[in-house]
Ligand binder design. Structure first.
Ligand code: 1GP
Length: 250
């Protein structure tokens, strides 16, 4: 187990559930990204994810990672949508298999193509089962996912049990960036019953109430992206989310 994984597990034990902030290097400008990273660190985010399914400009991403890395102490974790999401200077990478893709490229082939570069760049691989819930998002489309319906918790739990048997220590239940609805608590509870590893939930989380429900259901970390890109008083909302997690620790 590497340093970042140890840090996440011990932070999770010490604190309430964790907040990961997603910075999409294609959406945010460099100056804004650095400012955002500093602000979310101050508000208690545990890590910054850089990537996303539509972030495919490797040069731009490398620059964003390098610059943010100099400005914050919390780990920078790559969240690649493809092999181009592997860039140097980050602390770790969600080394993910899109478990419910219909295209083997996203299950094992991109991983094989990207692995030597992960090693070369000295990135800590966090073995992650990436599972897409619900249709219509970019992640769903780009990843050729056969999405698990929001109201089928048993199917999600079966995938997560499979992930556990395969030795994956992280699961990321993904409703997709900007999703109209987030993953439902019934599904998170069903997954929590069978999956013993670190459970990340993201997609469509925009307010403290939703975040608290997701954490109560058993998520170890939530991912916030779109909220911080679009809304005016987004930092205030992030602070509210951070507070609600403290008050709803499990
Ligand atoms: C997307 O789960 C992340 O990959 C974050 O989703 O942009 O909806 O917050 P949002």
């Amino acid at each position: 187990m590497g340093k970042v994984e140890q840090y996440l597990l011990s932070a999770r034990k010490r604190k309430a559930s964790l907040i990961f902030v997603l910075i999409d290097s294609e959406v945010s400008k460099m100056k804004e990204s650095v400012k955002l990273a500093k602000n979310v660190e101050r508000l208690g985010a545990a890590a910054i994810l850089v990537g996303g399914s539509s972030a495919i400009n490797q040069l731009e991403m490398a620059q964003v990672v390098k610059t943010i890395k100099k400005s914050v102490k919390i780990p920078i974790i790559l969240f690649p949508g493809n092999v181009t999401g592997v860039v140097p200077k980050a602390d770790a990478i969600l080394f993910s298999s899109l478990m419910n893709s219909e295209n083997p490229y996203y299950i094992t082939q991109a991983q094989a193509l990207g692995a030597p570069t992960v090693l070369k760049f000295g990135l800590e691989p966090l073995p992650t089962a990436y599972i897409i819930i619900g249709e219509g998002t970019t992640a769903w489309f780009v990843g050729s996912a056969r999405a698990i319906p929001f109201d089928k918790p048993g199917i999600a739990a079966a995938y997560c049990l499979a992930a556990q048997f395969l030795g994956m220590r992280f699961v990321y239940l993904e409703a997709g960036s900007g999703a109209k609805q987030s993953v439902r608590p019934e599904m998170i509870q069903a997954v929590r019953k069978v999956f013993k590893g670190f459970l990340i939930v993201g997609g469509g989380i925009r307010d403290a109430k939703t975040a608290a429900t997701i954490v109560k259901a058993g998520a170890d970390a939530i991912v916030i992206g779109t909220l911080l890109e679009k809304e005016n008083d987004s930092l205030k909302k992030l602070a509210e989310i951070a507070n609600s997690l403290k008050n709803n620790r499990k």
